[in-house]
Every structure is written in C-alpha cells, then in structure tokens.
Design a protein around this ligand. Structure first.
Ligand SMILES: Cc1cc2nc3c(=O)[nH]c(=O)nc-3n(C[C@H](O)[C@H](O)[C@H](O)COP(=O)(O)O)c2cc1C
Length: 217
C-alpha cells in the first residue's frame, strides 16, 4: 500500500530544490508536534478496549511528530453501580473537553456492538461540537470477523456532520482476544501508515485554521 509522506521536498519536480534556495534564506523552524487525542470508546466492565488502546498509544508515543493524550470514556461517565461517582466523572468529562479543544487530531478506538459503535461514544461525541471542527479523525477498531469496520463506517457519517474529516486507513482487528499480538510488525506498520495520514491532515488543517479560522454559520 502506498505510504503518505508528510514532508514534501525534492522528490517532487515542482518543489523547490536546494540549489534554488538562496544561501541567506532562513531555515524554517520545525513544526511543533501534532497534538493527538486518543479516545477509548468502550466503557463496559471487562472490556477489551484498554488492551488495544495501550498498544496503540505506545505506537503513537514512539513518534516524534505527535504528542498523544488519552481520553478514556470509562472515566468520564458515571456508572449506575457507583463504581465511578458522578463528581469524579464530571471532573474527568470537563478535562476531556479541554483535551479535545487543544487537540489537532483524534484517534477513536472503537469496538463494534450490533453492527455499530457504542452508545456512550455517541453521547460523548454529541456532547461536544466546536472541538471537532476542521480536524481529522482516524480509527482503531476491533470486533468479530468484521474487525469493527461497520462501527467505523457509521462514525464517518457522524464526524462528517461535525465538520471533521476522517482519514482513509483504519487499523482494524478481528477477534483480537485470540489473535492480538502487541509485537506484530504488521499491526505496527498499519498504525504508522494511518498516523502518517492523520499527521498530514492534522498539520495541513492546523495551518489552515491559523490562517483562516473555520467558521460555521
Ligand atoms: C452488546 C454487544 C454486541 C456486539 N455486537 C457485535 C457485532 O455486531 N459485530 C462484532 O463483530 N462483534 C460484536 N460484539 C463483540 C465485540 O466487538 C467484542 O466483545 C469487543 O471486545 C467489545 O469491545 P469491549 O470489550 O472493549 O467492550 C458485540 C459485543 C457486545 C457486548
């Protein structure tokens, strides 16, 4: 599969070559790392989500082009059995909103429930609006044979309504409870490829928002 190369350069015939650059030209300052918020979408007791999310955040945090924060929806939603008191959940929910606000890009880690994504994830997405605008969203999905892809396709529709753009590649794992291997180089390569795409969109849109704030009538 073709890999997106986030930096341009002499690879492309229309780009500036070194010899065209005056000696006196100041070297451009490196772009700050992209701020990525990874959202763990499952909240049920005994969930598998954290295993996948921990693996993914390790891959993301090994990169020097992004900084990754984690929002765990199990910490932002008060549970009826009192495991998580309402006050603590409210505090975590407010913090999650601030994390979304400062993020340049998102990764949603989602399982598939009945051919779609968890209801709690929908509630969380719907509870925010401006935080998603003109930012990219990537997905890590898991489930039975479909690897959570039906959940992802539904989420693409939701994020389109929120003026967010979703990246093409998905890291999808089917039956991970029997097949998942945190050391698998293919899974890591797939995650890096997806993060390359997220990085391209994330920095392009960050630059664009700085020049012209995205406004919704
Ligand atoms: C209510 C429910 C519905 C499910 N529906 C599907 C489904 O439609 N397709 C599928 O591939 N897996 C389905 N699964 C399997 C889940 O994707 C799998 O259990 C996964 O581990 C759930 O994520 P979690 O453990 O982080 O909650 C379902 C699981 C539950 C609990």
């Amino acid at each position: 599969m073709e890999r997106v190369v986030p930096t341009g350069g002499a690879r492309y015939p229309w780009s500036t070559t070194m010899s065209e650059t005056p000696d006196t030209a100041p070297s451009p300052s490196p772009a700050p790392p992209l701020r990525v918020a990874a959202i763990i979408g499952s909240t049920r007791r005994g969930r598998y989500g954290p295993t996948i999310a921990e693996w993914f955040t390790e891959v993301a945090r090994a990169r020097d082009d992004m900084e990754t924060e984690v929002i765990d929806l199990a910490e932002t939603t008060a549970s009826e059995d009192g495991r998580l008191p309402a006050g603590e959940a409210a505090r975590a929910f407010a913090e999650a909103g601030a994390t979304l606000e400062r993020a340049d890009a998102f990764v949603v880690v989602t399982p598939e429930y009945n051919h779609s994504y968890p209801g709690g994830l929908k509630e969380f997405i719907d509870a925010h609006r401006t935080q998603w605008l003109a930012k990219p969203v990537a997905f890590v999905s898991y489930g039975g044979m479909s690897g959570g892809l039906r959940a992802v396709e539904h989420l693409r529709q939701v994020f389109a309504e929120l003026h967010a753009t979703t990246v093409r590649n998905v890291v999808s794992m089917h039956n991970p409870w029997t097949t998942f291997d945190a050391a698998c180089p293919h899974a890591r390569a797939a995650a890096d490829q997806m993060l390359d795409q997220l990085g391209w969109w994330g920095s392009a849109l960050r630059d664009a928002r700085a020049v012209r704030p995205y406004e919704v009538a």
